[in-house]
Write a protein that binds this ligand. Sequence first.
Ligand code: HMG
Ligand code: MG
Length: 304
Amino acid sequence: MSVLPSKVTLVDVGPRDGLQNESAPVSTDAKVELVHRLQSAGCREIEVTSYVSPKWVPQMADNHAVMSGVRRAPGVRYSVLTPNMKGLDAALLDRPDEIVVFGAATEAFSQRNINCGIEESIERFRPVVAAALAAGIKVRCAVSCALGCPYQGEVTPDEVERVVVLMKGIGVQHCGIADTIGVGTPRKAQAAIERALKHFPLHEVSGHFHDTYGQALANIYACLEMGLHTFDASVAGLGGCPYAKGATGNVASEDVVFMLDGLGIETGIDLGRLVDAGAFISGVIGRPPVSRVARALLSKRAVA
Ligand code: HMG
Ligand code: MG
């Protein structure tokens, strides 16, 4: 039996990846309240919002108001997405701890998501990364469609590695491997992560698995077996990408914490309070949490 990590860092991307995909507007106050509830549940890494074009993603247009509304808790790191200098300049005023540049393993997805090809995206990210590093802000990247693409179909580990190398070349410090449409299975996840590990140390690689086909927990377990100990997850299983139609949310944070608790792996997150945070935002958007664990625990509470 392989030795699993004793601690895992979860980045809750619900406020960003989750809420960017909601068709009905969510108020700024509710977004801020969600961040507060996540931090009181023990989340130490929260992806709060993105500084993208409001014409492309109107749901994130209140980025500045959300970042200014958050009462920062000590020890919590707040990250935001910045696709270009315009986004970074705006983000810098709000002092995030980390910024994320998001590229893709396929030309087709890059075009649809950020309106340029892979090479050009790297040239757009180059000054963003340099300016963020100069401002003392950590830089993470996301490599979307690493396990499959809604436009191209199959994606090879070579295609993933190509972008990983390009990201490393412009000074990105942490590499997130993303299964945008949730089609990956455990061996595919391991193969993509393996390519990232050729260029980034273990503690600077993370997995971001959408759960569209119900494979995300299996993929996370497969990565734990490789020693990987950083994963994105989304409270209540919120989310998707507006440019990957049909893709559902990220793996639900509650489901990941339940599995990790069961494996004796520390996350610092209190499952009960995380379920409360998920129930709160689910109430706001008027849908029950996608998380199976949250549903089970909420129905257990209801009969208690
Ligand atoms: P573009 O049209 O090529 O940009 O879009 P442009 O530079 O030509 O500018 C066009 C207009 O947008 C101009 O305004 C700019 O000022 C404005 P206009 O003159 O027409 O009034 N603009 C901006 N406004 C605010 N903030 C900015 C910004 N940049 C330009 N930063 C761009 C390129 C990247 C901006 C656009 O394609 C975009 O915003 N895309 C957003 C895509 C997105 O947010 N996708 C979801 C997040 S990624 C994701 O979910 C995947 C992830 O979870 C991992 C995974 O699961 O795979 C991370
Ligand atoms: Mg995503």
